[in-house]
Design a protein around this ligand. Structure first.
Ligand code: PMV
Length: 354
């Protein structure tokens, strides 16, 4: 009969780039102008949980984000759904007496319910976890045979940074050479156990939504910034090699130096675009100065900072002891609800507060 429903659920954390993706060479397929490297957060914090369902009684594809229905008509959703449907396989649930054949998926409709465990409007990357989770849960439901790297190339078409959230640990998004994007995908460099001393603290400087979306910001930079051309051709290829080595060796001084330099260069590219794009604010700049001074006074880096398309600071401490010190210092120098607009913290590891 028409009464059955089949579901799958997945949970995917967001990721933070330490070598930034900034600039597309193909906007429709989302192909980048350089490789990037990120660290995936642990799944307890900043993650998306998505349940997907299929039933013959659904008459159209529908999606809800945090309980509110959103449109699936955008090109990015359509590209992901089309790519997944074309790879769907036979599914059989003997207990429920359900059998879906490969060809049936073209006619069947999907319902998708997605939740972020953090405020969507907090200016914290949500599209990365969101599209990765959408692709992963659908792949489960529809019995795709593709491996995680191949799935990452589908998630990439939802949001570039999403391709890196298909893996834990440190992940590289290889830009690829092909015009069709088949080799622009993510690979895991090391798993989450490799460098588990690191603690990530996110200082929410402002929870307002960013003024320039990453899509229009990248377009502007690609069209107008000569620094972006230089960065993509000359700087990032060398930096990616150095970063991979630093990660393999758990070499925190090199890791911190490369991470901070790359964040600063990304924001320099934004400033070099016309009209210039400002993602960081005075509080962001004060946090940078503060960390730089502290690192210098210690003789070697203890904390790395990196900023995405917004003013919030992502701080990576070399270990728990440093993270606890950092948190105390942040609360002292940037007290919540003071004249700065720094107002809350999301911790990589809540237990350091104890
Ligand atoms: O994938 P998007 O369109 O959200 O772009 C992400 C861009 C940065 O976060 C600034 C850098 C990165 O590599 O994640």
């Amino acid at each position: 009969g028409d009464k059955w429903i089949l579901m799958a659920t997945a949970q995917t954390p967001t990721n933070i780039a330490v070598i930034k993706y900034w600039g597309k060479r193909d906007e429709n397929l989302i192909l980048p102008v350089n490789d990037s490297i990120s660290v995936t957060l642990d799944p307890d914090h900043l993650c998306t949980t998505t349940t997907v369902a299929v039933s013959p009684s659904f008459d159209q594809d529908r999606m809800w984000l945090n309980g509110k229905e959103i449109s699936l008509s955008g090109g990015r959703y359509q590209n992901c759904l089309r790519e997944i449907r074309s790879r769907a396989c036979d599914v059989e649930d003997k207990e429920k007496g359900i059998k879906i054949e490969k060809k049936d998926w073209e006619k069947l409709h999907l319902h998708i319910a997605s939740y972020n465990n953090f405020p969507t409007a907090a200016g914290l990357a949500s599209s990365a976890a969101g599209f990765a989770c959408l692709v992963f849960s659908l792949a489960k439901l529809m019995n795709l045979k593709e491996n995680q790297s191949q799935l990452s190339a589908i998630a990439r078409q939802g949001s570039g940074s999403a391709c890196r959230s298909l893996f834990g640990g440190f992940v590289k998004w290889i830009m690829g050479k092909e015009d069709n994007g088949s080799d622009s995908l993510a690979v895991q460099l090391v798993d989450e156990e490799h460098w588990n001393e690191l603690v990530i603290i996110i200082a929410v400087v402002s929870s307002r939504q960013k003024e320039t979306s990453s899509t229009s910001g990248m377009r502007e930079s690609v069209q107008t910034s000569l620094l972006l051309q230089h960065r993509a051709k000359e700087i990032v290829p060398k930096r990616v090699v150095q970063m991979e080595k630093a990660i393999q060796n758990r070499d925190f001084p090199s890791f911190a130096q490369l991470t901070c330099a790359d964040s600063n260069q990304f924001h320099a590219v934004c400033l070099d675009s016309s009209p210039p794009i400002f993602y960081m604010n005075d509080t962001s700049h004060r946090i940078i100065s503060y960390v730089e001074k502290w690192n210098r006074s210690e003789g070697s880096p203890q904390v790395a900072y990196t900023f995405d398309a917004g003013p919030n600071a992502v701080l990576i401490a070399r270990n728990r002891k440093v993270a606890a010190q950092l948190l105390q210092k942040l609360l002292f120098f940037f007290p919540p609800n003071s004249d700065t607009d720094l107002n809350s913290y999301v911790l990589g590891d809540n237990s350091i507060l104890q």
